[in-house]
Design a protein around this ligand. Structure first.
Ligand SMILES: Nc1ncnc2c1ncn2[C@@H]1O[C@H](COP(=O)(O)OP(=O)(O)OP(=O)(O)O)[C@@H](O)[C@H]1O
Length: 450
């Protein structure tokens, strides 16, 4: 092997992505120029183990509770890919790792080539923007994002309100080859049925009353980029047919035109609804469901990544108070970790914003968090907002369904709230869109009395 190595090393040296070569004992025998530049500008890594360099572990990753591509590759004898949090000179960052095993003449696995590509769409430490997280549930989700990103597959994001679906859609777009073009968001929940077609496909002058100019639609605006259909479960059946036609044929017509246009978009959609159940009871077209969900990704609710709360709290606090450099006391953090947060990361962010306003100094104490939580839902108790989560809702014990309890709480809020809808949504720890949805559901559930 010693005679083969110089050629191999010189081949790796010229590759643009960081590569290392290591042996069966995980010892690095070569690192190319791109690797040295990005991961070890201050010293040589030759002779050190990959787990020590990348993770500061004293044992291989699989013995430290992480997935180890080398161990997997040894088992399968094949190329393996994983997403890891790596120590780099800039701090810990997500890195996509691809491992290729090399066999000796006798067929034994002797060396492994590891290619490393930083994944910049998420961070495992506080950052000014983008996705943040390091819990296993978050990392599993992120690995799916990084796998599907570069493809053209339609992605369906499924998750409760506030779990970060819009941020994940952005991440899919940024990890794609379309990143240099636009990401166009279509808010399907607030788009009236009458406008759906002209907004999406555009219209010609004179197509309808008031159409004084021709106008390109959102599909055209997203050309070469990504079309993000947010709240796709809220599209009425009639409009679902039109969307299906676009996805199946890749073509569309502007309203008032016969000219067939080609759509060059990658579709990412998101919903908090149970689309499968909607398909089962005829509210969502099965053929559209399969078109949209080539690659479904479930976003974990915050209660399944509680260990991320301290990291998220520190990062989000810096985002909501950019000029104050605030800190959280250990008690405040402990209290936050005990909260159920049915409104997920958005609710955590709102609680922090309120707590920061309630604190006069630069440190948020548990008492500020308590007050921020109290202000959130003074009439009904926070758990009432867990209608779509698995958290217990004490009021349901009275025999009312969770949805009824939620409606009652919302009605109480509406009676006492004096500000705008946006303020009310903020107070409830939900998005304006979610509030809009809840109000609409409430209207259709109990039509106004005579
Ligand atoms: N992993 C995360 N890291 C950092 N911020 C996050 C994360 N997840 C969500 N957020 C923040 O939480 C808020 C809600 O996120 P987002 O709007 O993407 O959620 P959503 O699932 O689309 O909600 P909805 O279904 O109500 O529209 C945003 O302020 C977003 O920046």
């Amino acid at each position: 092997m010693a005679t083969v190595l110089p050629e191999l090393v010189s081949y790796l040296e010229g590759l643009p992505e960081p590569h290392i070569l290591f042996d069966r004992q995980y010892r690095i025998v070569a690192a190319n120029a791109a690797y040295r530049r990005q991961f070890s500008p201050r010293g040589s890594v030759i002779g050190r183990t990959c787990y020590e360099v990348s993770h500061h572990f004293s044992v291989p990753c699989d013995q430290a509770g992480e997935s180890c591509p080398l161990a997997r590759s040894r088992e399968t004898g094949q190329r393996e890919r994983v997403l890891h949090l790596h120590h780099t000179p800039q701090g810990e960052s997500y890195v996509n790792i691809e491992l290729v095993p090399l066999r000796e003449v006798g067929g034994e696995l002797a060396y492994f080539i590891e290619k490393m590509e930083p994944l910049r769409v998420a961070q495992g430490q506080p950052a000014a923007q983008g996705l943040i997280g390091r819990a296993p549930a978050f990392q599993r989700m992120l690995e799916l994002v990084s796998r599907v990103g570069p493809s053209q597959a339609s992605v369906l994001l499924l998750g409760e309100s506030g779990t970060g679906k819009e941020l994940v859609a952005q991440a899919v777009h940024e990890a794609s080859l379309r990143a240099a073009k636009a990401l166009v968001v279509v808010d399907c929940a607030s788009l009236p049925e009458t406008l759906f077609e002209s907004e999406l496909f555009g219209h010609e002058r004179g197509a309808f009353t008031g159409a004084n100019h021709s106008k390109p639609g959102l599909v055209e605006a997203a050309s070469g980029g990504t079309l993000f259909l947010d709240e796709v479960g809220d599209i009425p059946l009639l409009m679902q047919v039109k969307l299906l036609r676009l996805l199946e044929s890749g073509t569309y017509r502007r309203v008032g035109s016969t000219e067939l246009r080609h759509a060059d978009v990658r579709v990412v959609s998101a919903t908090h609804r149970h689309l499968r159940a909607m398909v089962a009871d005829g509210r969502f077209r099965e053929d559209l469901y399969y078109r949209l969900s080539t690659f479904p990704i479930a976003l974990p609710p915050l209660r399944e990544r509680v260990e991320d709360i301290p990291l998220l709290a520190v990062a989000l606090l810096a985002r909501v108070t950019p000029d104050r450099r605030m800190a959280l006391s250990a008690d405040a953090l402990a209290l936050l970790q005990r909260c159920p947060f049915p409104g997920n990361v958005r609710e955590l962010r709102n609680v922090l914003e309120r707590a920061a306003l309630l604190a006069d100094g630069v440190c948020i104490e548990a008492v500020h968090v308590e007050r921020a939580l109290d202000t959130e839902d003074p009439h009904a108790g926070r758990e009432l907002w867990s209608a779509e989560s698995s958290h217990p809702a004490p009021a349901s014990a009275s025999g009312m369904s969770l949805r009824c309890v939620e409606r009652a709480a919302l009605r109480a809020q509406l009676q006492t709230h004096r500000g705008s809808r946006a303020e009310l949504a903020r107070k409830l720890g939900i998005s304006e869109r979610s509030l809009y949805r809840k109000l609409r559901d409430m209207d259709s559930a109990d039509p106004p009395g005579p």
